[in-house]
Design a protein around this ligand. Structure first.
Ligand SMILES: Cc1ncc(C[n+]2csc(CCO)c2C)c(N)n1
Length: 198
């Protein structure tokens, strides 16, 4: 992350990250669509529908634009094979969406939004790096709209946590902790240039 901020990250690690993140975002889009279906009221459904759109269009456009710079097509991005780390994170999210309740689903999706909002904000404070692509990445996540999304998701989690019984809150904690662990592992896998699953 610091390497994105100061422009020193070796580009092969960033490429690895972008290609794996594209696969991750496809499943994250599915997670949000399932969240939309499960949301308890129309206002929350609307937010989930908007968010699904934001991922499948805005955020994935960022990835598609990087790939285009590298001469990689959209079809090639989609055909990439997932690493064990990408697969484990996506499987955990979709398993939570399939088997858990709505509050667990929200707790599982929060680290992704909160983490990137924090990283984007911190890296933006230091000013843009000389590397154009990394500057574009930072600008996407430092955007006030992304920051507002993360706040909304935190507040929703707090409301659901306050309404849950102790066992439900414990399940939310567990989902949040597992998702946070997967976020860290995702960064680490790109750093290690982890090979796709067999
Ligand atoms: C591994 C991984 N974790 C988090 C994000 C960031 N992110 C994914 S969806 C979303 C919400 C709105 O688009 C945000 C901020 C990412 N790209 N990849």
């Amino acid at each position: 992350m610091r390497g994105i901020g100061d422009g020193t990250l070796p580009v092969e690690r960033f490429r690895h990250y972008v290609r794996q993140d594209y696969l991750y975002l496809v499943d994250y889009g599915r997670l949000l669509a399932l969240g939309c279906a499960r949301a308890p009221d129309l206002a929350t459904m609307r937010r989930f529908a908007e968010l699904t759109q934001a991922i499948l269009v805005t955020e994935m456009d960022l990835h598609r634009s990087f790939a285009a710079d590298w001469g990689v097509s959209e079809a090639e991005l989609e055909a990439e094979r997932a690493t064990p780390t990408t697969r484990a994170y996506a499987d955990f999210l979709l398993r939570t969406a399939a088997l858990g309740d709505f509050s667990e689903l929200v707790a599982a999706l929060l680290p992704c939004m909160w983490g990137y909002a924090e990283i984007g904000e911190r890296l933006a404070q230091a000013g843009p790096p000389a590397h154009d692509g990394y500057a574009r990445w930072i600008a996407t996540y430092a955007d006030p709209e992304f920051q507002a999304l993360a706040s909304w998701c935190r507040e929703l989690t707090d409301r659901l946590g306050a309404a849950a019984d102790p066992a439900g809150r414990a399940r939310m904690h567990a989902a949040f902790a597992e998702s946070s662990r997967c976020e860290l592992a995702f960064w680490d896998a790109a750093w290690r240039l982890e090979a796709p699953a067999g």
